[in-house]
Design a protein around this ligand. Structure first.
Ligand SMILES: C[S@@+](CC[C@H](N)C(=O)[O-])C[C@H]1O[C@@H](n2cnc3c(N)ncnc32)[C@H](O)[C@@H]1O
Length: 394
């Protein structure tokens, strides 16, 4: 899902001019017509700010992006230079049509069916996407730090494309995976080979922002937000970008590399210095508790337990199991929210909903009960879902 500006047909050219001049148009996705045919939907880049200037004051809608067929045909045309057409047809859906951009890197999944053509895929993808420096194959997420196993399979050196054995001639800098990503107008430093980061969660982060604003309205004050699995802090980038939304922040993670990048990010977002490296959890400022910590031990500290209005739980393969250890973080004297993501068998979603409800205290009577919403397939039978629970005050 991505943000689209909904613009009346006769204003589209002028608006496209503004959007492109600022670099806010989504590369590789195209403009398409609204259902009634009176407007066009212009896809916005993830980096475009949340608050748009008056010249772009049009409704914004979340939609699946429509891939730019030209780029798709470009890469397949380039592939056809190296792989014969009958093999391209035979392998059909196994060719990597999806990809993720992280800064000037592109990440693709290479299906086993087409693994023998990896070098050709790399040359074709880099040929079709001239702004990409490094192409990485995604071999899945591993370990408790949830780090993606990424393998360089192609790179661009000036006007040459390197893939296969020629990659050995690339200078080491070309393989650097620490990049800056712009999202919702904020710069996030990340390194997906050292700490979890996914650009695909932008929609999730925008939904969390909307929920946080609703809670702020309910409480009539800025929020104390805890993100005990914060990684490099992308969820916080969006929340801190909203004026007067966050008063106090807890941002912790177990992965020292994630904390190191988080410190760099927080210095930029808060515009004040944070320690270098990966310090243990400490109060960097009166309203900023940050550093290395095991989320499961946080509520044992009397200065941390019972202090937070919004708790984010983004460790989808263990969220439900960890809920009982995280609930004591909430300030139960006023309404609060737990927002989580979970990986669940599609056939067991109702069971998982029951497990979530029984792990949590009473909900607010005028809000919907927490219930998992499927966001995407995780495997043939598993689904990646998210939920929010509005917890009543005691
Ligand atoms: C799926 S990632 C999400 C990171 C970040 N919230 C984001 O959206 O990009 C889960 C994070 O939880 C961290 N983690 C795993 N177990 C943890 C624990 N017991 N305590 C604290 N962090 C933990 C991992 O290191 C990883 O950064």
């Amino acid at each position: 899902m991505m943000r689209h500006l909904v613009v009346p047909n006769r204003e589209v050219e002028a608006v496209l001019g503004h959007v492109r001049a600022r670099g806010w148009g989504a590369l590789s996705h195209r403009v398409f017509s609204s259902e009634d045919g009176f407007s066009r939907l212009i896809p916005l880049d993830a980096g475009a700010p949340l608050e748009l200037p008056d010249s772009l004051n049009y409704p914004v809608e979340m939609h699946e992006g429509v891939p730019d067929e030209k780029i798709e045909t470009d890469w397949l045309t380039l592939l056809a230079v190296e792989v014969d057409q009958s093999t391209i047809l035979e392998k059909g859906e196994s060719w990597p049509s999806n990809h993720e951009f992280v800064g000037d890197m592109m990440i693709v999944r290479i299906d086993n069916e087409v693994a023998e053509f990896t070098d050709s895929i790399a040359r074709a993808k880099l040929g079709a996407h001239p702004h990409i420096r490094l192409l990485l194959a995604d071999d899945g997420v591993e370990g408790e730090f949830r780090i993606r196993q990424l393998r360089p399979i192609g790179a661009r050196l000036a006007d040459r494309i390197l893939a296969g054995p020629s990659l050995e001639f690339a200078p080491p800098d070309l393989f650097s995976t620490e990049v800056a990503v712009k999202e919702s107008g904020r710069v996030i430093r990340c390194d997906p080979t050292r700490a979890y980061f996914s650009t695909k969660l932008q929609t999730e982060r925008l939904e969390t922002l909307a929920l946080a604003k609703e809670l702020r309205e309910e409480l009539d004050r800025p929020l104390r937000v805890a993100d005990p699995f914060c990684g490099v802090g992308p969820a916080l980038a969006t929340l801190l970008g909203e004026p007067d939304l966050v008063s106090d922040l807890l941002a912790t993670d177990l992965n020292p590399n994630a904390i190191q990048l988080l410190m760099t990010n927080l210095s930029k977002w808060d515009k004040k210095p944070y320690p270098e490296g990966a310090p243990d959890i400490h109060r960097a400022y009166d309203n900023r508790l940050v550093g290395l910590a095991d989320a499961l031990t946080l509520s044992a500290s009397s200065s941390i337990a019972g202090q937070w209005d919004l708790v984010l739980v983004n460790l989808p393969h263990r969220t439900i199991e960890f809920l009982p250890a995280l609930v004591p973080l909430l300030d139960r004297s006023t309404p609060s929210i737990i927002r989580g993501r979970a990986i669940v068998e599609e056939s067991a979603i109702e069971e998982a909903n029951q497990a979530i409800r029984s792990a949590l205290p009473d909900m607010m009577a005028d809000k919907p009960q927490p219930s998992l919403k499927i966001k995407r397939d995780y495997s043939a039978s598993l689904r990646l879902c998210s939920f929010e629970a509005w917890i009543a005050s005691e």
